[in-house]
Design a protein around this ligand. Structure first.
Ligand SMILES: Nc1ncnc2c1ncn2[C@@H]1O[C@H](COP(=O)(O)OP(=O)(O)OP(=O)(O)O)[C@@H](O)[C@H]1O
Ligand SMILES: [Mg+2]
Length: 254
């Protein structure tokens, strides 16, 4: 099952992705985390050092080709597949693949196009793939997330965040991208605002996966630079995400 996490910049996509990786890998499932944000920060949240990104692999292959190091008649996709597999960081609990960005002013879309192919190739090796997407709507128009089963749109409790979430929902249906499920996650909620926010959300055409409350432990970890994956299960953000996992994955079974 492929789950993508999207939304406006800074709404909590990486925090939600890290919590999902943590909770799903705890259940003994094979989990691949993909950082598809060029401004990559999922490795930090997962506490993983990454040596090579897919962007790096692509640059290497380009260099090797121009230096004539690739024998004629070799299928470049085979080499790329192999090199991409090599760039996956394997941890005990989960694997991580970072898309990164190509060097210089190169277009990010080449790396993005590769993401679609990678998902097709390696999806069957894992029970769950969690994709932390690039902020905004681009991943939809580039169709990098078109094979995703569950799209989780994260918003913070701001008008603009909710508007972006709504646009992601609308664009997906305009582009006829058929997610099995598309949900909204309302993040950084303070209890005093909860009822007002629920009222606001009820007016937009998105199903709610759940609420994640403002979590002082996340702020503390951020200050210390501690990986969010080490948050205790009792912390508000992890327990709120757990409720979302239960709801979303149970609904999926029905
Ligand atoms: N529920 C929460 N409680 C407290 N802090 C939070 C919560 N959710 C996210 N944050 C903090 O808000 C900031 C933005 O979160 P995060 O990096 O997950 O967002 P993002 O959508 O991935 O951002 P970007 O678009 O820059 O990748 C981070 O410092 C994060 O730790
Ligand atoms: Mg992020």
């Amino acid at each position: 099952m492929i789950i993508a996490v999207s939304g406006k910049g800074g709404t909590g996509k990486t925090m939600v992705s890290a919590n999902l990786v943590k909770l799903l890998s705890k259940t003994g499932k094979d989990v691949l985390a993909i950082d598809a944000d060029p401004d990559s920060n999922l490795p930090d949240a997962l506490g993983v050092n990454v040596n090579k990104t897919v962007g790096d692999v692509r640059e290497e292959l380009k260099k090797d080709t121009s230096l004539g190091k690739i024998p004629p008649g070799t299928n470049k996709w085979d080499i790329l597949d192999y090199k991409i597999m090599e760039s996956i960081t394997e941890k005990k609990e989960f694997d991580l693949l970072v898309m990164g960005r190509p060097e210089g002013s190169g277009c990010y879309c080449a790396v993005n196009n590769m993401l679609r192919k990678i998902i097709e190739t390696i999806a069957t090796n894992y029970d769950f793939i969690i994709i932390d997407t690039e902020a905004g709507l681009e991943h939809l128009s580039r169709r990098t997330t078109q094979n995703v089963d569950i799209m989780l749109i994260v918003t913070d409790p701001t008008h603009r965040g909710i508007l972006t979430a709504q646009r992601i929902g609308e664009l997906a249906s305009e582009l006829e991208i058929q997610f099995k499920k598309l949900y909204l996650i309302l993040n950084r909620v303070k209890k005093v605002h909860e009822d007002n926010l629920k009222e606001k959300i009820s007016q937009i055409d998105l199903d709610m996966a759940g609420i994640i409350y403002e979590d002082p432990a996340v702020t503390e970890f951020d200050l210390k630079g501690e990986p969010l994956i080490n948050l205790p299960e009792s912390s508000v953000s992890v327990s709120s995400t757990k409720k979302i996992v239960d709801k979303v994955l149970n609904l999926e079974k029905n």
